[in-house]
Design a protein around this ligand. Structure first.
Ligand code: ATP
Length: 319
């Protein structure tokens, strides 16, 4: 990684807005990303994710607001300096298919005027596990392997901040898993990663924090924080036969906030603390003479959070 790394956050975004004529791509977006963090940027189609990446990547100018990227204020004057500290991997890796893997990397290393090109190319190829495919024509590679070449291209500059725009879009599960492993390896090396994705399990698995964008930033935090903000804690209880008096069993439990019956007959109990309520519920059910089949704390996924947020989002439904 570049030795010029600064101490503040890797990204500081303050009230950033981008409009194309009458159309607002994103509006008043503010967040920070720390060095070494993997930050996931989620949102429905047209939410403004790619435009945010293009703006922070200095490819287009914001309409208003401010940002600091890898320690440098985002401005036209700083474009070259910022680009020397970051890399952007767009959804389509943009390779010359008639050139070999090594020729592509050599071309881009020349374009970026990088020193020590041979060593950089070897390092980048090793990082993505393609050292044995250097002489293969890109045309002959699968989509997954081309994506890995795109990642190698992005790594040529030893970026402090790596923007990955939907890096697993269109990949099969095996190829997507390989890209996940590469991202994880980069994270372990301390590379800051800004990842846009539609794959919520991917974000949950890879990202320290996520932001959910829908023109404006709707939520930001660790996946578990977002779950807690949106969902009450609950326990699912299954008994062999319906309870004679569920109110009596559930109302006395510590931290019980209410219960309802799901369509398939389970009782869903809302509680303040599942760890305390679950054993107490088990005891109360046995005392009440119920045949307890299962008692499971419900863990909402990031997908549940996302769908809950977007389902109630009028703008998303109109898009
Ligand atoms: P997706 O998940 O589909 O890639 P996204 O979240 O990346 O979507 P953007 O591509 O950033 O969304 O687009 C945000 C909005 O800005 C959309 O309404 C889009 O039509 C608009 N937009 C993006 N680029 C331009 C442009 N160059 N000119 C005009 N409008 C644009």
């Amino acid at each position: 990684m570049s030795t010029e790394r600064t101490t503040g956050p890797a990204l500081v975004v303050q009230n950033l807005t981008k409009r194309f004529g009458e159309r607002t791509a994103f509006s008043e977006v503010s967040f920070e990303v720390a060095y070494g963090e993997v930050f996931g940027f989620l949102g429905p189609n047209g939410a403004g994710k790619t435009t945010t990446v293009r703006t922070l990547g200095t490819l287009i100018a914001p309409t208003s607001g401010a940002a600091t990227v890898a320690g440098l204020p985002l401005s036209a004057d700083n474009g070259v300096a910022i680009r020397s500290r970051i890399a952007v991997m767009p959804e389509s890796p943009g390779l010359y298919l008639r050139l070999s893997v090594a020729e592509n990397l050599s071309y881009f290393a020349g374009l970026y005027e990088l020193p020590d090109r041979r060593a950089r190319i070897e390092r980048a190829l090793r990082s993505v596990g393609l050292e044995h495919r250097a002489d293969d024509l890109c045309r002959s590679l699968s989509k997954g392997l081309r994506q890995r070449v795109g990642l190698a291209r992005a790594l040529l500059t030893d970026p402090q901040v790596l923007f990955l725009d939907e890096p697993t879009s269109g990949l099969d599960p095996v190829a997507a898993r390989e890209v996940h492993d590469l991202i994880d390896a980069l994270r372990k090396r301390g590379v800051t990663i800004f990842l846009t994705t539609h794959r919520l399990a991917e974000a949950e698995q890879l990202c320290d924090r996520v932001g959910i964008l829908n023109t404006t930033l709707r939520m930001i935090g660790r996946p578990d924080e977002l779950r807690e903000q949106l969902f009450s804690k609950s326990i699912e209880i299954r008994t062999r036969a319906p309870l004679a008096d569920p109110d009596e069993v559930f109302a006395a439990l510590p931290g019980a906030e209410g219960w309802q019956r799901s369509e398939d007959g389970a009782y869903v109990l809302s509680v303040t603390d599942a760890d305390t309520a679950a054993p107490a519920a088990a005891r109360a059910l046995v005392t009440a003479g119920a045949d307890l089949l299962a008692l499971t704390p419900i863990r909402h996924s990031l997908e549940d959070v996302y769908l809950q947020l977007i389902d109630t989002d009028v703008e998303a439904q109109q898009r």
